[in-house]
Design a protein around this ligand. Sequence first.
Ligand code: EPU
Length: 428
Amino acid sequence: MDKFIIRGGKKLSGELQISGAKNATLALMPATLLTSGVSTLTNTPQLNDVYTMMKLLNELGVETKFVRENSFGEKDVLQLNTKNITSQVAPYEYVKKMRASVYVLGPLLARFGYAKVSLPGGCAWGPRPINLHLEALKKMGADIDLAEGYIIAKSKKLNGTKINFDVSSVGATGNTLMAASLAKGTTVINNAAMEPEITNLAEFLVKMGSRIDGIGTSTLTIEGVDELKPADIYTIADRIEAGTVLIAGALTGGEVTIKGIPDIYINAVLTKLEDSGCKININGDAVKVKAASKQITPTSVTTSIYPGFPTDMQAQWTAYMAIANGVSTVTDTIYLDRFKHVPELVRLGANIAVNDNSAVIKGVSKLKGAKVMSTDLRASASLVLAGLAAEGVTEVLRVYHLDRGYQKIEEKLKALGADIERVAGAEY
Ligand code: EPU
């Protein structure tokens, strides 16, 4: 099991190209199940979650391979051939590793009339239900049973209908959008997720022949078609990787420029960085963030759905505010229990208390290096950030969590001037 050793205190500066978005890729890959033939995804990130999705799709009979290198020498064009689907069963061994596996449910059911998908169960930081996915498919006419830890969904033909989500859900919108594309008649999704990753998925479906109105808004109208064809799509850049490296620059007193991502995707984070004293400069697809010249102004955030401040950035923001000049709060309204990083940040000298779904952070003048443990992807990112700012040596254990969702993060940070190394096969 790998760990990172970080010698903190280096200012991070320079330019970085942002990789393709994990959460877009994890929706685009299963969408190919709606078609028969070869589709390609360009700008696919090399991530463990992407490899898990590849293995799951392979299990269903999809042939997958990376075929072309980008200008950075990374194979980023993923080809998926869905001609010979041999199974409609997503086993527990994949779903327990990665909840996004549930994205195969909608497309399998819509194309084959049958899907058996393991129930995801709990997640590292608390419950993450999938009731909305199931209710939407039921409303479209599917018979859904739960047996022996599996969702068993059957339907001769799904029917278009009106779906009003009580909660805006990325996954439920994605699953419903995919299923509705092959349903009979019109489906209207109200309170649909507006996240750019859902827009990327909708655009892919349109390229396959789906008829979708309202892309990018909270009302999606889908006119079902009998058949969809394979297609090619460019995967959007990862807004969470972007936000994470900008904070790395901001909390080390540096100046980081990111490229390849529209600033609109990260507007909520940029606004908060500005409030904290950073200077922002946007030039085409280059976004430069210069750290606050003196102290970091305490800046509270409350997470919300896009275009609000993302829950996937709150742990990193907490690490940043740990060295701000005063008290701030980080409130998560999406996942009320997502604070596993807090006790580990406290080991680094942070002064943070969790009250219900808020972290109250009293900024300290310095963090000090220590051994800390990754518990989930974004928690791990916050520990790396804190380690970059801390005095002395920080060891971040169990970095496999980071490898799920950040492509070669240590090399990227090193290129910006960080002193960070990966040690393979380290202690558990
Ligand atoms: N919810 C329900 N019922 C459902 C589905 C969701 O009550 O059936 C609730 C959730 O409990 C949560 C809210 O709705 O309170 C939003 O959850 P959502 O369904 O949008 O989350 P998701 O689709 O499971 C995706 C990302 C997460 C990200 C969330 C929120 C992927 C593969 N995952 O999850 O990403 O935190 O949206 O933006 O797209 C990450 O990358 O670290 C990560 C966890």
